[in-house]
Every structure is written in C-alpha cells, then in structure tokens.
Design a protein around this ligand. Structure first.
Ligand code: KG4
Ligand code: ZN
Length: 338
C-alpha cells in the first residue's frame, strides 16, 4: 500500500504555514510570518487576513516543492478550523476547501490546540513520543491549558487561564517595557543576562488547576510606573533584571499548577506545547522539576512549538486513517473547544 501524503494548512493568527507529512515524517514545513504587525505592537486582525491572502499560495507551493511532491500526489488536506482570528481562519479554510474540491480529495478539519499537543507525535519532535495518559501544559498567545491526554482523540482540560494567556502576559508586559511584539522571545533572550531574583511580582492564588496572568501584568505595570517617577531611565537601566524576574514569575506560576495536576492525577508523563514552550526558562525548569519528581518530560523540537502547519498535518493524518473527513460546507470557527 502506498504511503499517504497529506497537506496541512495553518492560518489561525499571524503565521501562514503549509506542511507535507507522510507517515509521521514531515517532508516540508514552510511558514511566512507577518512582520506588518510589528509597528502596531500586536496582531491587527484585518491586516493579518490580508497578509494570509497574499502568502497562502506561495507558501503552499513552497511546501510542495520542498517536499518534492506534485499536487496530484496529495491524498487529503488538513486545515485549522479554529480557534483563532476568524478573518485569518477564513483564508486557510476557504483555500483548503477550494483545493480539496479541485483535486477531489478529502478535507479534514483540525483544532489548533489539539494540533499543538499532538505535535509531539511527529517523528522528529522528540527522541520518543509521550505515552498515554500524559499531561500537557499547552501555553500559547491565546491559551494556557493543563490537559489530561488520555489518547489521541480523548482529552480533558483540567485547568485554564481565567483571563490572559501566558504568552499574552509575556507580550503585554513586554509592551510596558517598550519591547517589540511578540515580546515573549525577546524577554527570553534578554533574561539570559539578568538576575531573576531582582524583583518580585504578585502571584495568583487560585483554587484547582486554573491560571490567572492579569495580576502579574498589573503588578509589573504599577511597579514600573512607580520606579519611573524616581528614575526615568529605570527600564533601560534594569531591562535584563526586569525580563529575568518577569520570566521567572510566569514560569513559576505555570509549573506550580502543572505539578499539582501531575501529583493529584499521579501522572509522570509530562509534556509542554504551544509557543511559550519555546521559552528556555520553562524548558530548563521543567527539566529540573522532572528530575526531582521522577517525571518523563517531553519538550517538542523548537520548530513545532510556535504556530506551524506540521502539527496540523500530523492531526490530519491521524484523522485520515480514521476516515474522519469534513463536509465541504464547513465554516471556520473562532471558538473551538478541545
Ligand atoms: O502558539 P503560538 O505561536 O501562537 C498562538 O497560538 O497563540 O504562540 C505565540 C506566543 C506569543 O505570545 C509569543 O510571545 C510566545 O508564544 N512565545 C514565547 C517564546 N516564543 C514564543 N514566550 C516566551 N518565550 C519564548 N521563547
Ligand atoms: Zn498556536
């Protein structure tokens, strides 16, 4: 039997991405990131949709040529149906529907969060994939979830953020410190030369496994405003220490609840996923905590952390094998529960 070739398309936020997968192996994974949002300090939805319109055909063509695959060899098309920005999702959804109809092949909808988690099953994502059941801390610009993953298609959200997501907290606090968008990777980089114990910020005290990140954002804002009155150069003078202290606070918050969930559910297979899982402090702290707790930890390869189509292709391939196809009348959806 010939091996199935699946095209994955991702367009939920500000990255237009296409990937080709064949039996868990990614043959190509091409992403056009949108620089246009930089000058606005955040993603402008209408500009994102327009940039997706411009990028989608070149990105798909590039993914096909890098994989050395002809259109007629594609067996199915997987696309992100949600959650995300509706205008952005519509571009990928409409494109996927049209191409599936033109090639007369199945269309497969994918939940973006599901894909972040199942990225761990891409052949080169980890030395070996996590074993079920595992807990996956899924942290991105839009979501902060603790998910109990019982099987590929059986997941339970144990906790989530009641306000800002972890990535959003990095980005908003970065904005307070006059950093470019997205600030997460910049804070990560600047932190390496800072003292993470220089400043303390308020930490939430929520029951169960839920998160809150709006408190730390306000705490940083008030602290900086107060210090700027004494020293107008306070941010520049303390940038590395501020970044390292913010990063430590966010990582501590994330790991505290992750540890509670792992202890309560007696699970020792622990994974992280989503854009914030690229964070070096989160990665090193998870590694250290895993050693202490006797966990097997799974950190995906860097290119499968932030938004990418490889993870969409991965889920589409699993659904293709189950014969789970999507009707061509489907529509994109900004909200889409796991
Ligand atoms: O998963 P993702 O690419 O898009 C969403 O689905 O939201 O995540 C983007 C988020 C942004 O908030 C970005 O600042 C954050 O991930 N991020 C990071 C790092 N790399 C990306 N946050 C902290 N440290 C990083 N190294
Ligand atoms: Zn994402």
């Amino acid at each position: 039997m010939s091996k199935s070739v699946i095209l994955g398309i991702e367009s939920s936020c500000d990255d237009t991405s296409a990937a080709i997968i064949q039996e868990n192996i990614i043959l190509s994974n091409t992403t056009a990131s949108q620089k246009i949002h930089l000058e606005y300090g955040g993603v402008v939805p209408e500009l994102a949709s327009r940039a997706h319109q411009q990028n989608i055909i070149p990105v798909v063509n590039q993914a096909l040529s890098q994989a050395n695959i002809q259109q007629k060899e594609i067996c199915a098309i997987g696309f992100t149906r949600g959650p995300g920005l509706l205008g952005s999702l519509l571009v990928g959804t409409s494109f996927a529907k049209s191409l599936a109809m033109a090639l007369d092949i199945p269309l497969i909808e994918v939940n973006h969060l599901h894909a972040h988690i199942l990225a761990h099953f891409i052949e080169d994502a980890n030395a070996s994939p996590p074993e079920f059941p595992f807990i996956c801390l899924t942290v991105s610009g839009g979501h902060s979830l603790i998910v109990l993953v019982k099987d590929y298609f059986d997941m339970e959200v144990l906790g989530k953020s009641i306000d800002d997501a972890a990535g959003e907290a990095f980005d908003k606090i970065g904005k307070i410190m006059n950093l470019d968008y997205p600030a997460g990777p910049i804070i990560d980089q600047l932190s390496s030369r800072g003292n993470e114990n220089a400043f303390q910020f308020s930490k939430p005290n929520l029951e169960n496994y839920n998160y809150s990140f709006s408190g730390i954002k306000t705490s940083v804002l008030y602290f900086i405003q107060k210090e700027l009155k004494k020293n107008p150069q306070f941010i520049e003078d303390n940038l590395h220490d501020l970044c390292a202290s913010v990063q430590k606070s966010i990582v501590d918050i994330l790991l505290k609840k992750l540890q509670k969930a792992a202890d309560d559910y007696k699970i020792k297979e622990i994974a992280i996923a989503g854009g914030v899982s690229a964070n070096s402090k989160l990665r090193s702290s998870l590694q250290a905590l895993s050693k202490e707790k006797g966990w097997n930890y799974y950190i995906p390869k860097f290119e499968y952390t932030t938004d990418n189509a490889a993870m969409i292709a991965m889920v589409a391939q699993l659904k293709y094998k189950r014969g789970e196809f999507t009707d061509l009348r489907t529509t994109a959806t900004a909200k889409y529960d796991l």
